[in-house]
Design a protein around this ligand. Structure first.
Ligand SMILES: Cc1ncc(COP(=O)(O)O)c(C=O)c1O
Length: 391
């Protein structure tokens, strides 16, 4: 496939396209919230979709030839993870997959362990099936205006009860941007195995590691025991900006667990992938390389822009330096808008972020900022925030 050069500086007008991100708020509000980027989907994906449209039949689709092998090759290439085609499951999106998994793995009355602040649907889903939530908040340290979050093993031990049967983790972590090291995850895997806690590892941000010296370590690759205890969920939808194409997959090496998940999928409560989803997924798995190689340095420079801007222009505000994701987590508690930064920024600054309150314990006084956009858009958003804080 010919090399493709991408221009991530190019601003594309998404207003009026039915975009969740761009059409939710008034036209003068700059959206920097929900986690889709403002970059076009890779050209090979668009080309594959166009080619598929030449075949004028969109009947029921039985998977897609070669798709399992494409996932097997992908995880081998990217993470050195050897799996078999049978280990792969598919789902239109991760949140529906998490719903299915919680239903399959747990029974009502179980508790799900979360590591807040955390991606809000993790808090919303367990009660769908009669599960309650135990929180083990991450610990946070501050250096100047920079925040760093870590797993807190004392909080983990204190959070659980004999009814705690499942850890739902986000790795890399949304919203703190942590890419957990092998050592941290080994300690967490050991904790879960000791206490009989199964793991759903949502690794949707796995390809968005921003620093070359950091590697994503899939939780299930830590040891054979961790693999047997874990369901891994992945998707290329964040990296290649195609969440609207419904293209998620999971890896389940434990056959008993996989059979139970397949039985649930065969109940048809959640639909499978659509005819175009398979095509997009395969093209992204096999031909997304050029895009990824160019996206990561662009996002890294955006991250550095956010951190530099906060340090130069926003006294009192603190910010994470995300190792992964295109999400920054900002603390406004020591500023005049600290009571409700989300509302002040929306109403006065005309910039929409995600309200920290919705991320569970540790979210009050914070907002999450999506820097997956052209730099000119990012600077516009940062200036709106700066002006609002300065009053
Ligand atoms: C950690 C995490 N999981 C899941 C999702 C949503 O995935 P999907 O659109 O596939 O349901 C997101 C989107 O922001 C996310 O950050």
């Amino acid at each position: 496939m010919a090399h493709v050069q991408y221009d991530f500086d190019c601003v594309i007008d998404r207003r009026g396209s039915g975009s969740f991100k761009w059409d939710k708020y008034d036209r003068d509000v700059l959206p920097m919230w929900v986690a889709d980027t403002d970059f076009p989907t890779p050209q090979p994906v668009i080309d594959a979709l166009k080619a598929r449209l030449e075949h004028p039949l969109f009947g029921y689709q039985f998977g897609h030839p070669g798709i399992r092998d494409a996932v097997v090759d992908y995880v081998q290439r990217r993470y050195g993870w050897t799996i078999t085609p049978e280990d792969v499951i598919f789902a239109p999106n991760l949140i529906s997959a998490i719903n299915q998994l919680i239903k399959v793995i747990g029974v009502a009355g179980h508790e799900v362990l979360l590591l807040p602040p955390i991606y809000p649907p993790f808090i919303a889903v367990p009660p769908n099936f009669g599960h309650s939530i135990r929180y083990a908040p991450m610990s946070v340290t501050t250096s100047g205006q920079r925040l760093r979050y870590e797993l807190d093993f004392d909080a983990l031990e204190a959070a659980i009860t004999p009814a705690t049967k499942l850890l739902l983790m986000s790795s890399p972590h949304n919203p703190t941007g942590r890419a957990f090291s092998r050592a941290e995850q080994e300690r967490l895997a050991d904790f879960c195995l000791r206490h009989g806690i199964r793991v759903i590892s949502d690794e949707i941000h796995c390809d968005l590691i921003l620093d070359p010296q950091i590697k994503h370590v899939p939780f299930a690759t830590l040891s054979p025991e961790a693999a047997a205890n874990t369901v891994t969920l992945m998707s290329l939808s964040k990296t290649y900006n195609m969440p609207g194409l419904q293209t998620s997959f999971g890896i389940v090496t434990d056959k008993t667990m996989r059979d139970a998940i397949m039985a649930e999928q065969n109940r048809h409560i959640v639909p499978g992938l659509g005819a175009l989803s398979w095509v997009a997924l395969e093209a992204a798995l096999n031909h997304g390389g050029d895009y990824h190689d160019q996206l990561i340095p662009y996002l890294r420079a955006n991250r550095d822009t956010v951190v530099d801007f906060v340090e130069r222009e926003m006294p009192g505000v603190k910010v994470t330096v995300p190792e992964a994701t295109f999400l920054a987590w900002l603390d406004f508690r020591d500023t005049p808008i600290g009571d409700d930064p989300y509302t002040h920024l929306l109403e006065r600054g005309r910039v929409a972020l995600n309200d920290g309150k919705t991320f569970g314990p540790g979210g009050d006084g914070f907002v999450r900022l999506n820097f997956g956009c052209p730099r000119v858009t990012l600077l516009d958003g940062l200036k709106r925030i700066q002006r609002t804080v300065a009053g």
